[in-house]
Write a protein that binds this ligand. Structure first.
Ligand code: FMN
Length: 258
């Protein structure tokens, strides 16, 4: 304990995948959403939207479309954070910004990938505010990155217009009674933080950085991996769901100006 309640919440947070069987109170839901909306946002433009989901059918679908993770269906509350340029560009149209630009010799391209990156930044920062606010209320959460997969299915399921891209999903629920999960280990700060200039790690540093995780790769693992690098590639980046994510993002990006 640090004597600082905010730091304590940050240090004790874990991703929670098993929730108490009760719905989140309206008061807590509003507190979480209000805290999310206080997040910093580029140009104070709030280029994001939050979709709150409690409908069981929708949760059941998401638990399948987000790489078959059954605990998603059991989360009392789901929030999807999406980069949203649609709202601004609808407003620009209403404000005749196209004509205005033509008159003034300015380029008017439509939503760009650069704006999408800003929208994603906004959405993720707001999501993390929600995580910490929830945590402080005894509500655990887990991010689901797989919401970026199956773009067409999620677009139809959530009625997303063309310039809204779901970048993160949160499953939320009260902590169940009993012992709390221990926070997971992290890499040592010295491998992650450098001073003044980026420091690319030498092989000897990489070996030291991964030494502890290396010991977890058991002989006879299902991927026939001989080390942690092979194991993680086989488990995460080299999988069908990773390929589906790339395909889905490419599809979602079709209308954006590069
Ligand atoms: C962008 C992002 C995507 C994630 N996607 C998933 C996911 O699809 N399923 C899951 O169970 N956990 C997911 N997680 C949670 C991570 O697995 C978790 O944060 C990590 O293992 C570290 O554990 P901790 O959060 O308890 O410290 C995701 C986390 C982030 C930040």
């Amino acid at each position: 304990m640090s004597q600082n309640p905010i730091i304590d919440v940050l240090m004790q947070r874990v991703s929670l995948r098993k929730y108490a069987e009760r719905s989140i109170s309206q008061e807590h839901k509003e507190m979480i959403l209000n805290a999310a909306m206080r997040a910093p946002t580029a140009g104070n433009m709030m280029m994001y939207s939050v979709i709150v989901i409690e409908n069981q059918d929708t949760k059941d679908t998401l638990s399948k479309t987000c790489d078959n993770q059954p605990f998603i269906a059991e989360a009392p509350l789901i929030m999807i954070f999406a980069a949203d340029l649609q709202r601004w560009y609808d407003y620009f149209e209403l404000s005749s910004v196209g004509e205005y630009c033509k008159k003034r010799g300015l380029e008017f391209t439509g939503p760009s990938v650069a704006e999408l990156f800003l929208g994603c930044s906004d959405a993720l920062i707001a999501a993390q505010n929600a995580v910490i606010a929830a945590e402080s209320l005894g509500i655990g959460s887990c991010y689901i990155g797989d919401i970026m997969e199956n773009y067409e299915i999620h677009r139809d399921l959530l009625a997303l217009p063309p310039y809204v891209f779901p970048i993160a999903m949160l499953c939320l629920g009260y902590y169940p009674k009993g012992k709390r999960l221990q926070p997971k280990e992290r890499f040592d700060t010295k491998y992650i933080v450098s001073e003044e200039r980026y420091q690319r790690l030498e092989p000897v540093d990489l070996k030291a950085m991964f030494a502890q995780r290396e010991s977890r790769v058991m002989p006879g693992n299902p991927y026939e991996a001989e080390n942690f690098g092979q194991f993680m590639y086989a488990r995460k980046l080299g999988t069908d769901f990773a390929r589906e994510m790339s395909r889905s993002i490419k599809k979602a990006m079709e209308g954006w100006y590069v």
